[in-house]
Write a protein that binds this ligand. Structure first.
Ligand SMILES: CCCCCCCC(=O)SCCNC(=O)CCNC(=O)[C@H](O)C(C)(C)COP(=O)(O)OP(=O)(O)OC[C@H]1O[C@@H](n2cnc3c(N)ncnc32)[C@H](O)[C@@H]1OP(=O)(O)O
Length: 132
C-alpha cells in the first residue's frame, strides 16, 4: 500500500480485489483491519518510532465493496510513556466505511531484529522504547 504523509497524517489509496473477499463481492473484515493496522505502521515511520500493535479496534460501519477506490487516513492522537494512541478511517467516496483506533507500544529495534531479518538502515537512528 502506497502511503503519503500530509500535515502529520498518513494517507493511502487502496482498492481491494477478489483475494480479499469475505462475503460475496465484499471485503473481508480481516483485510480491512490489516489495511488500517498497516497504515498505523506508516504513522510510526513518520514519527520515526519503532513500536508494535498491542491493541487494535475496528468499527465496521458499512459493507466495503471490492474493486472500489478506498481512501485511508491515520494519525497519532496521543502518547503516554511508551504507549502511542492511533486513530484512522477508511472511506469510500464521502462515506466512512470503517474506523479504527489502536494502541502501539514502543520497542527497541532489537524487537524486530530478533526475527533474523535485517531492518531498514534508517530505523537504526530512531529512538527506541527508552525514548520518553
Ligand atoms: C516502524 C515499525 C513498523 C512495524 C509495525 C508493526 C505493526 C505490527 O503489526 S506489530 C505485529 C503485532 N503485534 C505484536 O506482535 C506485538 C506483540 N506483543 C509484544 O511484543 C508485547 O506484548 C509488547 C511489546 C506490546 C508489550 O510488551 P512489553 O514490552 O513487555 O511491555 P509491557 O510492560 O507489557 O507493556 C507496556 C505498557 O503497555 C501496556 N500494554 C501492553 N500490551 C497491552 C495491550 N494488549 N492492551 C493494553 N495495554 C497494553 C501495559 O499495560 C504497559 O502499560 P503501563 O506502562 O501503563 O504499565
Amino acid at each position: 500500500m502506497q502511503m503519503q504523509a500530509v500535515d502529520g497524517e498518513v494517507h493511502a489509496d487502496l482498492t481491494l480485489d477478489g483475494r480479499m473477499e469475505g462475503a460475496p463481492g465484499l471485503a473481508h473484515g480481516g483485510a480491512i483491519a490489516a489495511a488500517l493496522d498497516d497504515l498505523f505502521g506508516g504513522v510510526l515511520v513518520l514519527l520515526e518510532t519503532p513500536a508494535v500493535t498491542a491493541r487494535l479496534n475496528v468499527e465496521y460501519r458499512l459493507p466495503v465493496p471490492l474493486h472500489t477506490p478506498l481512501h485511508l487516513v491515520a494519525r497519532c492522537t496521543a502518547t503516554e510513556g511508551r504507549k502511542l494512541h492511533m486513530a484512522g478511517t477508511m472511506s469510500a467516496g464521502e462515506a466512512i466505511v470503517a474506523e479504527a483506533s489502536a494502541m502501539f507500544v514502543r520497542v527497541e529495534i532489537a524487537h524486530f531484529e530478533a526475527s533474523g531479518v535485517p531492518v531498514p538502515d534508517a530505523w537504526r537512528s530512531w529512538g527506541g522504547a527508552a525514548r520518553g
